[in-house]
Design a protein around this ligand. Structure first.
Ligand SMILES: [Zn+2]
Length: 159
């Protein structure tokens, strides 16, 4: 019950949540997430009377509207890229199972070798950055600019 309250709290200020008035139950036509009892969840057997919607995460993906931004860089990154990539994928997988709207919006390797990961919400960006730092040490800088929930994470390790 506590988890449910927290999730409702978190999305209450999301512009992508606010501008929709979801019928309950609803099901996302893109990803299949179900909105019911005030929360989004993955259900093995979605309700048959669900109305088709596009969920806030899929809307953010369509409109390329990020909630978090992670930059990873340094020599260590290219040397351990396979492991780090697996770690990021596992982190997304785990978070998304519990919080269905947390998704990676874009992965991009930049010309200088640094990697940018953009996420639908700030929570996943923070989790990814923290997971990389926990596993690989290095330096992590988390910034929350502005009023809206948004994080910019910068991780670096050179040797
Ligand atoms: Zn969706």
């Amino acid at each position: 019950m506590e988890r449910r309250d927290r999730l409702v709290q978190e999305y209450r200020h999301d512009p992508y949540f606010l501008r929709q008035k979801y019928h309950e139950p609803s099901i996302c036509r893109e990803c299949g997430v179900v909105f019911q009892d005030g929360i989004f969840e993955w259900l093995r057997n979605p309700p048959t009377d669900a109305q088709a919607i596009t969920c806030p995460a899929c809307l953010r993906i369509q409109e390329d509207y990020e909630g978090g931004f992670v930059v990873l860089e340094g020599e260590y990154l290219s040397q351990h890229w396979e492991d780090i990539r697996n770690l990021i994928e596992n982190t997304e997988d785990r978070e998304q199972r519990q919080r269905p709207l947390e998704r990676i919006l874009e992965w991009r390797t930049q010309e200088d070798g640094s990697v940018v990961i953009r996420t639908t919400y700030e929570h996943l960006a923070r989790r990814i950055a923290e997971a990389v730092q926990r596993a690989c040490k290095g330096e992590l800088d988390l910034r929350y600019p502005g009023e809206e929930k948004y994080v910019r994470a910068h991780w670096r390790r050179d040797t």
